[in-house]
Write a protein that binds this ligand. Structure first.
Ligand SMILES: NC(=O)C1=CN([C@@H]2O[C@H](COP(=O)(O)OP(=O)(O)OC[C@H]3O[C@@H](n4cnc5c(N)ncnc54)[C@H](O)[C@@H]3O)[C@@H](O)[C@H]2O)C=CC1
Ligand SMILES: CCC(=O)/C=C/C=C\C[C@@H](O)/C=C/C=C/C=C\[C@@H](O)CCCC(=O)O
Length: 254
C-alpha cells in the first residue's frame, strides 16, 4: 500500500511505540488519528507533527479502547475528517500489574473489537477501499513471559485472533498482520522491571540488554507491513538479536 494520502488510526498513539507509529506514518504522508486516553500528550504530539510537517494531517481524539462507543467515534471521526480509513494499528496495551482483568480488556478484547469495527468500514464488500490492520502483540506472544502470564496470554490471543483472519485479504481486501516486539524501553517496560527482576533475577537488565529494541525500529517494521502488499498473515519479530524478521509457523493441515 502506498501510504501517502491514506488515513490511519493508531490506538495508544500518544506515547511509546504508538507515538513512533504516528511519527512514521505522518512522515510517510498519511493522515493520522492519534487515539489515546492521554489528552495532553496526544494533543501535544498532534501539534508538534502538524508544525513539523506544515500540515493538518495529524488529529487527536481521546479514546478509551475498552469503550465500543469510543472506538466507533474514532473510526467515524477518521472518515468524517479524512473521508476514509485505510490503516488501523491496534497498539494500545497495558501490563497486567495490579489489574489483570483490565489487561485482558485492553490488550485482547479491545483489539478484537477494534479489528471488527474497522473491517466493517474497510471491507470492499461494503463499498470500502480495503486496508491493512496491524495488531501489536509482543515476543511474549511467541515466548512465555515469567512475571506476566496474563499479559503473555493476551498477546498469544492477539496472535491467534489475527492469524485466523488471513482469509480477509481475498474476501474483503483487508490484510491483517501482527508485530511482535521484544523489550522496548517505554513507560510500560520501565513499569515491568520489578516483575521481571522477581522472575528473572537481579541481573535481569544485564541479561536482557541485548533484547531491548528502539520504538523507532518497531515503527520501521510497521511501515514495512503496511507498504508491502504481499504481507498478509505475517508475524513480524522486532528483536535485539535479529532486528526485523518474520516468524514462520508450521502450516495448518486444514
Ligand atoms: N514496551 C515493551 O517492552 C513492549 C510493548 N509491547 C506492546 O506495545 C504496545 C505499546 O506499548 P508501549 O508503547 O510500550 O506502552 P506505553 O505504556 O508507553 O504506551 C501505551 C499507550 O497506550 C495508551 N493506553 C493504555 N490504555 C488505553 C486505553 N484503554 N485506551 C486508549 N489508550 C490506552 C496509554 O495511554 C499510552 O499512551 C502495547 O500493546 C504493548 O503490549 C510489545 C512488546 C514489548
Ligand atoms: C510484568 C509483565 C507484564 O505484564 C508486561 C510486560 C510488558 C511488555 C513486555 C513484553 O511485551 C515484551 C516481551 C519481550 C520479550 C523479549 C525477549 C524474549 O522473548 C526472548 C526473545 C528470544 C529471541 O528473540 O529469540
Amino acid at each position: 500500500m502506498k501510504i501517502e494520502g491514506k488515513t490511519a488510526i493508531v490506538t495508544g498513539g500518544a506515547q511509546g511505540i504508538g507515538e513512533q507509529f504516528c511519527r512514521a506514518l505522518v512522515d510517510h504522508g498519511a493522515n493520522v488519528i492519534i487515539a489515546d486516553l492521554k489528552k495532553q500528550r496526544g494533543e501535544d504530539l498532534c501539534r508538534e507533527l502538524n508544525k513539523q510537517y506544515r500540515s493538518n494531517r495529524a488529529k487527536f481524539i481521546q479514546c478509551d479502547v475498552t469503550s465500543k462507543a469510543d472506538l466507533q467515534n474514532t473510526i467515524h471521526f477518521a472518515i468524517k475528517t479524512f473521508g476514509r480509513l485505510d490503516i488501523l494499528c491496534n497498539n494500545a496495551g497495558v501490563t497486567e500489574i495490579g489489574n489483570w482483568e483490565k489487561a485482558i480488556e485492553i490488550n485482547f478484547t479491545s483489539v478484537i473489537r477494534g479489528t471488527k469495527l474497522a473491517i466493517e468500514v474497510m471491507s470492499t464488500r461494503n463499498g470500502g477501499h480495503g486496508g491493512v490492520i496491524i495488531n501489536t502483540a509482543s515476543m511474549g506472544a511467541i515466548f512465555p513471559i515469567m512475571g506476566g502470564p496474563v499479559y503473555s496470554g493476551t498477546k498469544f490471543g492477539v496472535l491467534g485472533f489475527s492469524r485466523s483472519l488471513s482469509n480477509l485479504n481475498a474476501s474483503d481486501g483487508i490484510r491483517v498482520n501482527v508485530i511482535c516486539p521484544a523489550f522496548v524501553r517505554t513507560e510500560m517496560f520501565e513499569a515491568s522491571i520489578p516483575n521481571y527482576i522477581d522472575s528473572y533475577g537481579n541481573d535481569f537488565q544485564k541479561k536482557m540488554k541485548k533484547h531491548i529494541v528502539s520504538p523507532v525500529l518497531v515503527a520501521r517494521g510497521m511501515i514495512q507491513l503496511v507498504e508491502d502488499d504481499t504481507k498478509n498473515d505475517a508475524v513480524m519479530r522486532v528483536t535485539g538479536v535479529r532486528g526485523i524478521d518474520y516468524y514462520k509457523f508450521q502450516e495448518s493441515k486444514l
